[in-house]
Write a protein that binds this ligand. Structure first.
Ligand code: COA
Length: 164
């Protein structure tokens, strides 16, 4: 049985992330979506809120589970015994960061764990979570780029007065 982790900050999850989840779920027996407590980013949503938003979007896919984790990605991967870590690539600009991370992780992962890259659908390759937050916070339209429950949650945050 093959198990893979799709990790990221998902603050918030976008349709680009969901596209990767759907496609990766067909490649592995089990796919765990791991929401990271990323120490280098100040999030809009708590990890619990991000887990719930993703769960609400993917509940129809039987082999996908959503969890959150903290600390080093490689420690989580080794502890859970994943066979692969999935990442999405949007453009060549992602490549430099991703190869650095993959090569560092290759030193840290237990032998046999692979980093697997899926090209983001061209429909979503221009978006990022930060761009979505900025557009919505300034009153712009982001429908079609994030699921409706996520769009509503972002609007609610900004209505409640959370600064960008
Ligand atoms: N569609 C749309 N957007 C996408 C996307 C897709 N398919 N794939 C990535 N993105 C965007 C995200 O929205 C995000 O945008 P943002 O920067 O505006 O928030 C950006 O690409 C990168 O995000 P993500 O893929 O979530 O990576 P990350 O760098 O935030 O987190 C971790 C990656 C979780 C693996 C890592 O950084 C981390 O925190 N690990 C824990 C610490 C660790 O192990 N460090 C050592 C690593 S070697």
């Amino acid at each position: 049985m093959t198990r893979a982790l799709y990790s990221g900050s998902f603050d918030p999850p976008t349709n680009g992330h969901l596209d990767i989840i759907v496609r990766a779920s067909k490649m592995f027996d089990e796919l765990i979506v791991g929401v990271a407590r990323n120490p280098s980013k100040i999030p809009l949503f708590t990890v619990e809120e991000r887990v719930k938003m993703i769960q609400d979007c993917i509940s129809y896919i039987p082999n996908v589970r959503v969890v959150h984790f903290g600390g080093l990605l490689a420690h989580f991967v080794n502890r859970e015994g994943f066979d692969a870590v999935v990442r999405g690539l949007r453009a060549t600009s992602d490549f430099e960061y991703e190869i650095q991370m993959a090569q560092m992780n290759a030193r840290l992962f237990r032998p046999g764990t692979e980093s697997v890259f899926l090209m983001t659908s061209p429909r979503y390759s221009f978006i990022s979570s930060s761009m979505i937050k900025e557009v919505v916070s300034l009153g712009g339209r982001a429908d079609g780029l994030v699921p409706p429950n996520v769009l509503e949650a972002i609007k609610k945050k900004y209505r409640e007065g959370v600064s960008k």
